[in-house]
Design a protein around this ligand. Structure first.
Ligand code: ATP
Ligand code: MG
Length: 440
């Protein structure tokens, strides 16, 4: 029994009451059976897109050519896709013949992996499993629906997805499916960069992206998609600090960064991307600057947005700072300016901690805690209020208390400042007037 999100159950009920077969399908069924919480609830139905559009009040024609309508309900959005059987793929990218069908079995047969080809009817509790997806879920295996070489030749994104799901779920790729990747690499080259981008971002959200990236390297995909990363393979580093080559160091550092922030994770993955080109013996002079340029070019190729590119470039370019307790406050301020502001300091420290996780431990990161404290103090000082920031001044104090200039004026203002520092809401003329009167 799959506990179905309310909106998805309502949509299926509405479709079925009009005589259209409808099921939950794909990722949400797979994840539910694994005890994971799905982030999207996709629905597949015999109803044509126009019929789906007619049936629900608020819809968006997300991908009408492919039969997808997004239905908007109070508790979320749902993609509702008409049963399809995609026959011929001419270019490894798009099915030329998107054929709608009223047969759920044909729809499941066009899907990529057995674990993604499960359909569930929340009303009856029936699970349609034409390709032994449940057994593969149990055995933690990713297996193509049908012949993998054929299926990968139809769409070159599927091999990348296989690696992405292996990382996301901690599964292995079944042998024949894995071998098929190496045989269909030419097709991967035709895949639109936007689609690779989306898979890469999803891979960066896996617990251990390194699993997917290593599968990509072993199968030959990495050379096509991220050759810059593969360049670090076998590039040795000074043994007193490093136990991994540049490639593995990047992968394991990436795993150690928080998974809820894909562009930060990408920065961690790419922080040493300049090393292979800069290596002279065991030194990598200027690899931070070279790396920033390499990161930018590969991110442009993979259609990342400007904000992500700037963020990653900046982190890669600045990851080599070293702090010492002798730094003056001005040095700390210069550091903050160089890295583009306080906001970036937190990111940079995350990068450095993740970087250290993938090295031989030479310190416990205490220096980052100390530097953070100094930054916090400097910020606090800069933001701290001074008497001049009060909404009243000495004249107000003298008028209200009917006193002449003298030390009492300053004492009152300092007292007001103390109170306002405790509670900034008190910095209001009426409130301050009342507080001044209390000094009479
Ligand atoms: P996630 O939870 O990571 O989004 P998902 O399984 O929902 O995983 P989607 O990319 O959202 O993955 O695709 C939804 C479903 O559509 C898949 O489960 C699969 O059945 C089918 N699908 C998606 N992409 C392809 C593809 N390139 N080839 C064949 N089937 C695909
Ligand atoms: Mg999905």
């Amino acid at each position: 029994m799959i506990e179905t999100k309310t909106g998805a159950a309502e949509i299926i009920k509405a479709l079925k009451s009009r005589g259209f077969a409808a099921y939950l399908v794909g990722g949400c069924v797979r994840d539910s059976l694994l005890g994971l919480r799905p982030d999207e609830w996709d629905i597949t139905t015999a109803a044509a897109p126009e019929q789906v559009t007619k049936l629900f009040q608020r819809t968006v024609p997300t991908g009408l050519d492919y039969g997808t309508v997004t239905v908007l309900l109070p508790d979320g959005q749902y993609e509702v896709t008409t049963f399809r059987s995609d026959e011929k793929y001419v270019d490894g990218r798009h099915p030329i013949n998107v054929r709608f069908t009223d047969n759920i079995h044909k729809d499941l047969a066009r899907r990529d992996f057995t674990i993604n080809a499960l359909a569930y009817d929340p009303e009856t509790g029936a699970l349609i499993d034409d390709f032994d997806g449940q057994a593969d879920l149990k055995n933690k295996v990713i297996r193509s629906v049908g012949d993998p070489v054929e299926r990968f030749s139809e769409d070159g994104l599927r091999p990348v997805r296989a690696c992405r799901f292996a990382a996301k779920l901690g599964f292995s790729i079944e042998n024949k499916t894995f071998e098929a990747i190496g045989k269909t690499l030419e097709i991967v080259k035709k895949v639109a960069a936007e689609r690779l981008h989306d898979e890469l971002v999803k891979l960066l959200g896996a617990e251990k992206p390194s699993i997917g990236l290593e599968l990509m390297r072993r199968s030959g995909l990495l050379k096509i998609i991220l050759p810059e990363l593969e360049d670090g393979y076998g590039v040795e580093q000074p043994p007193q600090f490093h136990k991994y080559d540049v490639y593995r160091h990047g992968l394991f550092a990436c795993d150690a960064a928080p998974r809820n922030d894909p562009s930060l994770r990408l920065a961690v993955l790419l922080h040493d991307i300049g090393k292979p080109a800069c290596k002279v013996d065991f030194t990598f002079y200027n690899h931070d600057q070279t790396g920033a340029a390499t990161a930018e070019s590969l991110m442009r190729r993979l259609k990342f947005g400007n904000a992500d590119i700037e963020r990653v470039k900046n982190l890669v370019a600045n990851h080599m700072f070293d702090y010492s307790a002798e730094w003056s406050d001005s040095a700390v301020r210069r550091f903050l300016r160089r890295i583009g502001g306080v906001g970036n300091a937190a990111d940079l420290f995350v990068l450095r901690r993740a970087d250290a996780e993938a090295m031989i431990k030479v310190n416990n990161g205490e220096y980052l805690v100390e530097l953070q404290k100094r930054i916090d103090r400097i910020i606090e000082e800069e933001h701290a209020l001074h008497v001049i920031d009060l909404k009243v001044n000495g004249n107000d104090v003298m008028t209200i208390l009917k006193i002449k200039p003298g030390p009492k004026v300053g004492q009152v203002l300092n007292d007001l400042l103390e109170k306002v520092l405790d509670d900034p809401k008190l910095n209001d003329r009426d409130k301050l007037f009342e507080m001044i009167k209390a000094h009479a």
